[in-house]
Design a protein around this ligand. Sequence first.
Ligand code: PMP
Length: 453
Amino acid sequence: MSIVDGTLHTAPLGGPALPQERRLVTPLPGPRSQELLARKAAAVAAGVGHTVPVAAVAAGGGVVVDADGNSLIDLGAGIAVTTVGNAHPRVVEAVQAQVAQFTHTCFMISPYESYVAVAEALNRVTPGDHEKKSALFNSGAEAVENAVKIARKHTGKQAVVAFDHGYHGRTNLTMALTAKSMPYKSGFGPFAPEIYRAPLSYPYRDGLSGPEAARRSISLIEKQIGADNLAAVIIEPIPGEGGFIVPAEGFLPAIMDWCRANDVVFIADEVQTGFGRTGAMFASEHEGIVPDLITTAKGIAGGLPLAAVTGRADIMDASHAGGLGGTYGGNPIACAAAVATIDAFENDGLIERAQEVGAILTERLRALQASDPRVGDVRGRGAMVAAEFVDPATGEPDAALTAKVAKAAIAEGVIVLTCGTYGNVIRFLPPLSIPDALLREGLDIVAEALANA
Ligand code: PMP
């Protein structure tokens, strides 16, 4: 089943009725976008950067339209957020109804149904059929912070292990968990204590099998920290910012089994991989992982800010009343959007659509790899696929080439995002509402940019 059709994108296919085309009527940025970018430079803190030099005014299906009338192909979905499609009609309807009813009571003051419905849905759709509970927050980083709090309270232990190439946010604790210094951490320390880093399985670069890579990590954890001190291990099943590195088969299960055997809470950070992105509702499912706790955000609410921690009821209940929460966590408008979004995932064939999108991405990028040795690796799952660019002579990461290709693709009206510890990866995570033809055109433009680089 496909949720997309021809060239004009209309309800209920995900988003406003925007022509599904790449259309450049000015060089980027056009005059209106330049105006906004000048105001941004004057009014917004310099630390808040941007990748695509346009002023967005509409988005839907597989396009972002700017103030000058340019229509760009969206291969980034606002960093894996609008998986269901931008301004998805069901999300729009749910948000409009809720915003007219009430905008806020604070769930910790006067609870409301939609928060509970989101918790029930998360408890149902996350891996494992054990008893689960959820708590809602505003951002991925906040969810990660709370997962660590819960794990510490449950175990009575303090240390936390994160992995090479991991990204977990920009708050103080999550900066400590995040691996890459520039741009996420540099100059922002001191960082939270009791955070340790273990090596990740990176098949393209370490050549280790999953079990071998897991033994290497577990040995380090046992020698340098000790299970008696370790509250939690947190890992992205596929690191997003770190480069869409799919760990070798067996790595994740071995780490999880070790956690189980050692009273260590296994936290899967599925903020980027969750909600259909990888061709399963959650990336943990690909290897049968059942995390103790799972953090979600991004794709959960069709673009509205919402995040969650979901997990084993006995762990989730470890905190005293009042220990978890926040003024806005589980805002009713975001919850209404999440109910509509999760409903779309369960009933609109979006998991199958992620697999279709993934097949198109993988086939095209593998063909590119076969014809161009600068494409060192193509990897990912479902609609979360990346290409790693290298110097063919040495295999060394080529960040300069990567930046050049991404910049050229964007100038031609294709929104692509880079990532990777070495800055040498272009990642593709389009909205699932993108028409096939537009996705193919976007990939052709990237291939052309590479050929010209
Ligand atoms: N964890 C992962 C895996 C992420 O990809 C991100 C965001 N890129 C975060 C946490 C942080 O989420 P947020 O930006 O919503 O705080």
